[in-house]
Write a new protein. Structure first.
Length: 261
């Protein structure tokens, strides 16, 4: 039996972290109903929800609705009444204007967990601003340490913001809220922002910095290429090998094997 078998999730189609989070819930056994945008334009659905990119729809059921129509909203609310979780990833205020905000949905189903996914959060000077992974990584400090000495910061892969800071933290919050529902019968609103999640992602780096093991300058320590035992090396076949002999016993083994070779 899957861990989340019997759990029903309503997802309002979006891009990036939201679809990935609901896919993860589906992988854990939840029943996910994806509310897609009803349109005659095949390109309007966007990169992550187009017919050419079905990856994030894995394990989901879907229905296409025009959420500007009152009857469509009523249909979604009828699904909400039977759901355990709800996921939306619009800019702050958009879902409220559609009539599917957290107050409306929780009034229909007080046990439901309402998950919100944004880059900047629901409030603050950037709440209404557009943004992507590199923007969230830079403002939360992740980007400052990405790169080598005397080079510009380079954007890490989207696994840092969209998946790490976004999807994983949204799922963690919603599962924690589900435990709360089981003990109290009260649903919660989970407001997950990529920037906030990125701060958690830096905990280990912050600890190393606090203990004087890394500095502020890129390229000055083992994490950014200053050490031969923590680096990448190109081989004769033009592929790369990675080495990170961090602990003394691993470094000793690394040197021993190097001498043998």
């Amino acid at each position: 039996m899957s861990a989340l078998q019997g759990i029903k999730v309503i997802e309002i189609a979006g891009i990036g972290p939201g679809p990935i989070a609901s896919m993860m819930l589906a992988d854990l056994g939840a029943e996910v109903i994806l509310i897609e945008r009803k349109t005659d334009n095949p390109n309007a659905a966007g990169l992550f929800n187009s017919n050419k990119t079905e990856f994030f729809k894995r394990g989901k059921q879907s229905i296409a609705l025009d959420l500007k129509q009152p009857e469509a909203i009523q249909l979604v609310l009828s699904l909400v009444e039977q759901a355990d979780m709800f996921i939306e990833g619009f800019r702050p205020g958009v879902i409220e204007r559609l009539g599917l905000g957290p107050e409306v949905c929780l009034a229909r189903n007080k046990k439901m967990i309402y998950g919100r996914m944004t880059g900047w959060g629901q409030h603050g000077p950037l709440a209404q601003a557009a943004g992507h992974d590199i923007n969230y990584a830079s403002i939360s400090g992740v980007l400052a340490y990405s790169g080598f000495a005397n080079d510009k910061p380079f954007p890490p892969a989207t696994i840092i913001g969209d998946v790490g800071g976004g999807s994983l933290h949204l799922v963690m919050g919603m599962l924690a809220a589900y435990i709360h529902v089981l003990s109290t019968g009260e649903g919660q609103v989970i407001d997950a922002a990529i920037c906030d999640g990125n701060v958690y992602m830096q905990t280990l780096l912050t600890s190393l910095y606090a203990n004087g093991l890394v500095g502020e300058q890129r390229g000055g320590d083992f994490l950014t290429g200053a050490s031969p035992w923590a680096n990448t090396y190109q081989c004769a076949d033009d592929k790369y090998i990675t080495v990170q002999a961090l602990e003394p016993n691993f470094y000793k083994e690394f040197i021993t094997l190097g001498r043998i070779c």
